[in-house]
Ligand binder design. Structure first.
Ligand code: ATP
Length: 247
């Protein structure tokens, strides 16, 4: 088999030197894949994404065991900015747009690591507006006054400005109406197919995630307890009983 785009191998994460939260998590994202990381609140999904993008430092978290490879190269010692330059970008839970900046200004901040020329910036913006026409309409609005769905779009759009190979997307459905969730997942699928962006997507909304993902992992208590194709997981009786009911 070919080398996966992202390979997480048996990582352990400890917070504050004592709280063992990930107890040996392994997963892979193939080039061009959409992989769902599923599980209940507190299972360790966010921690796994932050371990990959090296954002645990701010939370007093450490990867104490295991390895993370991107395109076959070891990346677990790289800074978040170096990871962005290599094409790994995280969209954090809760969206995190700059409330006082306009939508367009927020998008432009996404490109700052890439040192783009004016015309490249223009092209990058147009590309985002192509996938998110709603953001084009709202480009001059202060992000803090836009809807939850628009802010989620803004956060994903900002990630795209960095021209990523892979987006780590944390809980995109959180707090959004089902119809908006569907719109956002459709755009994710579109970006996957047409821009060849791979996704590792943490979701509590198992039902929706499995409809758009190719493959899924279920985390429980810091361990992968089940993995399989989205189709196999979606039709598995245990998964249906324990997780689909939660969505
Ligand atoms: P959520 O849906 O809330 O994001 P999750 O599956 O992403 O859930 P994590 O946020 O990764 O789960 O949390 C996993 C465990 O780690 C939880 O028990 C949580 O309380 C604990 N935890 C998270 N952040 C910290 C921290 N900074 N310090 C100590 N413990 C933490």
């Amino acid at each position: 088999a070919s080398t996966p785009l992202l390979a997480v191998n048996n990582i352990e994460v400890i917070y504050d030197h004592v709280i063992l939260v990930l107890k040996g998590v392994s997963l892979a994202v193939p080039e061009g894949g959409i992989v769902a990381l599923l599980g209940a609140n507190g299972a360790g999904k966010t921690t796994t994404l932050k371990a990959v993008s090296n954002l645990l430092g701010a939370e007093r978290g450490d990867v104490t065991k295991g390895a993370i490879h991107f395109r076959g190269e070891r990346v677990d010692q790289l800074t978040p900015a170096e990871l962005v330059r290599r094409g790994v970008v995280q969209v954090m839970e809760g969206r995190h747009c700059f409330a006082h900046l306009s939508i367009e200004e927020n998008l432009l901040t996404g490109a700052y690591t890439q040192a783009l020329s004016r015309s490249e910036l223009r092209d990058a913006l147009e590309r985002v507006y192509h996938y998110f026409p709603r953001l084009k309409e709202r480009r001059a609005s202060q992000a803090g006054y836009t809807s939850g769905g628009e802010q989620q779009m803004c956060a994903i759009g900002r990630a795209i400005m960095a021209r990523p190979a892979m987006i780590l997307l944390d809980e995109p459905s959180m707090g959004l109406a089902p119809q908006i969730v569907e719109q956002i997942f459709e755009i994710v699928k579109d970006l996957n197919v047409r821009e060849r962006i791979s996704f590792l997507l943490a979701e509590q909304n198992t039902m929706v995630a499995l409809r758009y993902a190719d493959f899924g992992y279920i985390l429980e208590n810091g361990r992968v307890v089940m993995e399989g194709s989205a189709q196999a997981l979606g039709s598995n009786e245990d998964v249906k009983e324990f997780y689909l009911g939660l969505a």
